[in-house]
Write a protein that binds this ligand. Structure first.
Ligand SMILES: Cc1cc2nc3c(=O)[nH]c(=O)nc-3n(C[C@H](O)[C@H](O)[C@H](O)COP(=O)(O)O)c2cc1C
Length: 383
């Protein structure tokens, strides 16, 4: 039984529905941030602290949210951010989110740690797919992942740079969360109160990181390894030369995710990347990190029009997309919003999340006097 989506008016409502449906260990894995969760809260506060200076008496009887993202058309200035483990909450959760993205005409970034293979998602969802890459100690395995993403038709490779080690997510430690799920008495007790979720696990099997089969030897995952077992496999030696090598190897668009500073942006431009993705991993990595929306003005000033900038972390309202556009981003990336939607009601829930964000964006544009994405100008942000 899926949640009643008619009661979800905003992303926070979808989060509430997800919380009710999921055992605590899964909800906390999605919802939690690192350490004191200062970054997590700061991401929202940064958007909320930006005030708009609306223009009036513009004809906004028709609003067009169409735009270009990485050189191709999109229906909204949004992309789906990679979220590993979407299938922990709903069977085929990754496919559900990718289908929702296709329905809304936006690109979807598949995580290295999806719970369905990149090939299966491409076959069952289609649409504009990007592949997010964690560069692993096992560079041969990493190269195979890149080749698989290319063969599956992914148009962009997104190299995540802000996970030199797993963030210290204390909720996961307390819940003894591990992949594959470790089922101690407390977990069984949680599962007993979440019958729909438990039934799905019994019927569809325990979800795993399907792209990584053959990489993590069974039994190595532990609560402390989780910002998942993948955390320990990621190569902390990753550097600018590696990005340059990936640039040579990958024929499609190449982006680097996790950028927070103008000097790093400059160095990345010299490696030939096609885009920069500002992110603090939704507050899951470095606690106390700057919110990407606060880092955006200085990075946009340094980068100019050379490459597009995407931004995530804390996007929960359509107005957040307008604020990011006004400050120089081409699009925002949606992380937990669609993840909570899919956790609440599978594909219908992920669609509901995008419907809410799209509706809010249109309203905000109308109320700001912007009939098109091109009308979203820097002076809409009150100084
Ligand atoms: C449960 C979860 C799993 C994630 N997995 C990945 C991942 O595999 N790769 C990655 O680059 N980012 C991952 N992220 C970070 C997102 O791509 C994105 O940066 C973040 O969710 C944006 O913040 P928001 O959730 O506040 O929108 C994950 C985030 C969450 C919540």
């Amino acid at each position: 039984m899926a949640a009643d989506l008619t009661r979800a008016y905003n992303i926070e409502d979808l989060r509430g529905l997800a919380r009710r449906r999921l055992p605590r260990m899964v909800f906390d894995f999605y919802d939690g941030g690192a350490e004191d969760e200062v970054t997590l809260r700061g991401n929202r506060a940064a958007f909320e602290n930006l005030r708009l200076a609306p223009k009036v008496l513009r004809d906004v009887s028709k609003v067009d949210t169409g735009c270009e993202i990485l050189g191709s058309p999109a229906k909204l200035p949004m992309v789906i951010a990679p979220t590993g483990g979407a299938g922990f909450s709903w069977p085929g959760g990754d496919i559900a989110i990718a289908r929702a993205a296709k329905a809304f005409g936006i690109p979807c970034t598949l995580s290295t740690s999806t719970t369905a293979t990149v090939e299966r998602i491409a076959e069952q969802a289609g649409g504009r797919l990007w592949f997010q890459l964690y560069v692993l100690h096992d560079r041969a395995f990493t190269a195979k992942l890149v080749a698989r993403a290319a063969a599956a038709g992914c148009e962009a490779l997104v190299v995540t740079a802000d996970l030199a080690t797993g963030g210290k997510r204390e909720r996961d430690f307390r819940n003894r969360f591990a992949v594959p799920f470790r089922l101690g008495p407390a977990h069984v007790l949680q599962a007993c109160t979440k019958l729909h979720w438990s039934w799905n696990i019994l019927a569809h099997g325990v979800p795993a990181f399907e792209n990584l089969r053959g990489l993590v030897p069974p039994g190595r995952a532990s609560a402390s390894a989780i910002a998942t077992s993948v955390g320990r496999e990621i190569d902390a030696a990753l550097n600018f030369e590696d990005v340059a090598r990936l640039r040579d190897a990958w024929k499609g668009k190449l982006l680097v995710k996790g950028v927070a500073r103008a000097d790093d942006a400059e160095r990345l431009l010299r490696t030939g990347v096609d885009g920069l993705w500002l992110s603090n991993h939704g507050g899951r990595q470095l606690d106390g990190a700057i919110a990407p929306i606060d880092a955006l003005p200085s990075i946009a000033a340094a980068v100019g029009a050379r490459v597009p900038i995407l931004l995530d972390s804390g996007v929960r309202r359509g107005s957040d997309a307008l604020k990011a556009r006004a400050l120089g981003a081409q699009a925002v990336a949606i992380g937990r919003a669609t993840l909570f939607g899919a956790a609440a009601a599978g594909e219908a829930g992920a669609r509901r999340a995008l419907e809410i964000l799209a509706d809010e964006l249109v309203r905000t544009m109308q109320l700001c006097g912007a009939a098109s994405i091109a009308d979203i100008s820097p002076d809409l942000i009150a100084r």
